[in-house]
Design a protein around this ligand. Structure first.
Ligand code: PLP
Length: 767
């Protein structure tokens, strides 16, 4: 709701009208729950992209699933994560989510394939029959763009289970219970799988994926028919971006629709598919690369499996022609992984069918060409491109940090760089003009004051939600993101233990003189089945208990875990962050977008050279970040020295920290022993031991910089002013130009926009 009002530029009148009715805007806003329809960065990226598509007047739609239960709501009980259902639809959805009973499509599962002879030829056409069908019903959510009247819809599909099939199966025994159970388990859009960057090889998940692409592609073909676009020319009018491999079944589905329903020949259909699809890879973690057992696919989607195998047969012939006799390469590139259980590799399917494949940051796009997709890169070098991620400055500056947005607008106006706010939101390179003021004392004061306001707001939130009092005078550092070993929350946590021990060693006078008071904030959800991540959450809370209740040190070091990380509290956390932890093991974070939100709000990054951190450093300058740790090209060799035991000597400080944890300083030593044991024995896949001392030094550097508030303010100004590249508008312009071949809808919209703006404002209540 807030986003709609902001983008429509009607916040103030709306606010006033609510007042007249006796309501406060904040109260109403507080009632709206997040649409938690994704897991983390991937879904949030899609949301930023929808905003940019709307702002740029691009002709586009988003598709998704309308889960009844979105991402779980996290609470902390006795230091452990508890997952609670998120029934976000309880109070309806205050902003337009239009049920479209007129737009429904049947989606089939199971059944068998049949060959129908084609009259007058000796050929046959394949079909798919039997099984059961589910109806997909469309719900449209409208995303208005900022300072335009262009709106892009997100079409969410809800499943309506077909009951005929269910009832006949259960006509004996406990009728009511079995029907209810069946209806639940068969309700494909019941709940989101809460796994981030790991695959859940469950049948219901596969059903969700197919349900999603089948409904969406039927919808696209319906649209094409309506504008009389012949399906042979589909690629001239439609582009489909696969946001990771979850919708990769769209490839055999479009083939099936063209071949079986619309009578295309294979070559003709394949050409259409290649012109329509492109694929974005979001991760190189092996546990995240999606694979499905062939046996399950055959059962659930028999016709699609035939098509996938035929795609593979033809594709392997191409590989064989280029590299005759290279059996190993054929095995690596095949869409089917051989073994006791044959598996279909969804990324390979997506690459083979797409005309463009992209990574999400320069480093990541290079890594996929060098490692996981090397063979494909050698076959099709021009298919592989980079599109660096971005975030929308509407939400992540103007809406979440009003003082900052307004200051930017006023300052650029006073410098005669812009007339209206929307100008810098559309062209964030204009913010570079702010650097002309980098030696101006008032400007630096203003930047510090804006951060102070953000910190006060965050401290209030912490007080309310964690019951811990934090002074906004402290340096506030945050690491907020899904809990994942590769993101290394554990490195940060052990670093805090080190700081705590150092404080304990000091005399009260020394602390007073030397220590920079610091509060660290963690927030993030662990996948319910990710045991290690859940122990790390418990460890954070155990350590927080000790730190916050130590009368000697708690004025100098506090730790809080903010429960239920989500967009709503992210909007409070980033404006209140002094230092943002972006410390993944080099080569493991594809891009990151939290890093961008932090920098745009004037946080200083402590980080590794990973994902988009590399490009952020290029843009804002390495003097405005603190970088440490092994670089991508060193990681394999370092890991090896630990694995093969040639580097078991832990640094003194790292060993001391592990000793403290094992010695029970924070309780639960038995629970944490597995983690510390692995780190001691070199089973340290993410290089914590290797990077630890560098990390500690990086923090020393950070404290020193923080001591000089003038220089600090200047670094903040540089972060704010030089982040233009990471506006998601730029990402969308890259996709539009390099992948989709689309242009803004333009003229007509612009004319209506002008008319709208010149229209008289209407007051609903007289006056
Ligand atoms: C931005 C964002 C993410 C992604 O954060 P990373 O640091 O890039 O992993 C995840 N969840 C929420 C709620 C976000 O706003």
């Amino acid at each position: 709701m807030t986003n709609c009002l902001y983008n429509l530029e009607v916040e103030d009148p709306y606010h006033n009208v609510l007042r007249e009715l006796g309501f406060e805007m904040e109260t109403i806003q507080g009632e709206e729950s997040d649409a938690g329809l994704g897991n983390g960065g991937l879904g949030r990226l899609a949301a930023c992209f929808m905003d940019s598509l709307a702002c740029l007047d691009m002709p586009a739609y988003g598709y998704g699933l309308r889960y009844q239960y979105g991402m779980f709501r996290q609470t902390i009980e006795d230091g452990y994560q508890k997952e609670n259902p998120d029934y976000w639809l309880t109070h309806g959805t205050p902003f337009p989510q239009v049920e479209r009973l007129d737009i429904t499509f049947p989606v089939r599962f199971y059944g068998h394939t049949v060959a129908h002879p084609v009259e007058g030829t000796n050929k046959s056409r394949w079909g798919w029959e039997g099984g059961s069908t589910v109806q997909a019903v469309a719900y449209d959510c409208l995303c208005p763009g900022h300072h335009t009247n262009h709106v892009v819809p997100i079409r969410l599909w809800a499943a309506r289970p077909s009951t005929e099939f269910d009832l006949s199966v259960h006509n004996s025994g406990n009728f009511l219970r079995s029907v209810a159970e069946k209806a639940d388990s068969e309700n494909i859009t019941f709940v989101l799988y809460p796994n981030d960057s790991t695959e859940e090889g469950r049948l219901l998940r596969l059903k969700q994926e197919y349900f999603f692409v089948s409904a969406s592609l039927q919808d696209i073909l319906r649209r094409a028919e309506r504008i009389e676009c012949p399906f042979s020319k589909l690629g001239e009018k439609y582009a489909v971006q696969l946001n990771d491999t979850h919708p990769a079944l769209g490839v055999p589905e479009l083939m099936r629709l063209l071949l079986d329903v619309h009578g295309f020949e294979w070559e003709e259909a394949w050409e259409v598919v290649g012109s329509v699809f492109s694929y974005t890879n979001h991760t190189v973690l092996p546990e995240a690369l999606e694979k499905w057992p062939l046996s399950i696919l055959v059962h659930l989607l028999p016709r699609h499996t035939e098509i996938i195998l035929e795609i593979n047969r033809r594709f392997l012939a191409v590989v064989e022609a280029k590299w005759p006799g290279d059996i190993e390469r054929l095995q690596r590139m095949s869409l089917v992984q051989e073994g006791s259980q044959k598996m279909v590799r969804m990324a390979n399917l997506a690459i083979v069918a797409s005309h463009k494949v992209n990574g999400v940051a320069a480093l990541h796009s290079q890594i996929i060409k060098d490692t996981i997709f090397k063979d494909f890169y050698e076959l099709w070098p021009t298919k592989f491109i980079n599109v660096t991620n971005g975030v929308t400055p509407r939400r992540w500056i103007s809406q979440c940090n009003r003082p900052l947005g307004e200051w930017i607008t006023e300052t650029l106006q006073s410098m005669k760089v812009i007339k209206e706010e929307h100008e810098w939101l559309q062209d964030m390179s204009l913010l570079k003009n702010l650097l002309k003021l980098e030696s101006d004392a008032d400007t630096l004061d203003a930047v510090l004051d804006i951060k102070r306001q953000g910190k006060e707001r965050l401290c209030d939130y912490i007080e309310e939600h964690c019951g811990v009092t934090v002074s906004p005078d402290m340096l506030i550092s945050t690491q907020v993101k899904r809990i994942h070993e590769y993101k290394r929350q554990l490195l940060c946590l052990l670093g805090l233990v080190h700081q705590y021990m150092a404080l304990k060693e000091m005399s009260p006078e020394e602390r007073k003189e030397k220590a920079v008071p610091r509060c660290h904030l963690f927030a993030g959800k662990a996948a319910p089945g990710y045991a290690r991540a859940k122990v790390i959450i418990k460890m954070m809370n155990c350590i927080a208990d000790v730190l916050n209740n130590d009368p000697e040190t708690s004025d100098y070091l506090k730790l809080v875990f903010v429960p239920n990380y989500c967009v709503s509290n992210a909007e409070i956390i980033f404006p209140g962050t002094d230092v943002s932890e972006q410390i993944s093991t080099a080569g493991h974070e594809a891009s990151g977008t939290g890093n961008m939100k932090a920098s745009m709000n004037g946080a200083i990054i402590i980080g590794t050279l990973d994902g988009a951190n590399v490009e952020i450093r290029e843009e804002i300058g390495e003097e405005n970040m603190v970088i440490f740790g092994a670089e991508k090209h060193e990681v394999l060799a370092v890991r090896d020295t630990y694995n093969n035991g040639s580097s078991t000597q832990l640094s003194e400080s790292f060993a001391a920290v592990l000793d403290a944890v094992d010695g029970g300083m924070f309780g639960h030593a038995d629970l944490f022993a597995k983690i510390t044991g692995e780190l001691r024995s070199g089973r340290d896949f993410y290089l914590l031991a290797h990077d630890f001392d560098g990390y500690i030094q990086a923090w020393e550097e950070m404290f020193n910089r923080f001591d000089d508030q003038d220089a600090w303010a200047r670094s903040m100004l540089h972060s704010i002013a030089r982040m233009g590249k990471f506006n998601s508008d730029r990402s969308i312009q890259d996709y539009a130009r390099d992948v989709w071949g689309i242009k803004p809808q333009g003229h007509e919209v612009k004319a209506r926009k002008a008319a709208l703006r010149s229209a008289k404002p209407v007051s609903l209540f007289g006056q």
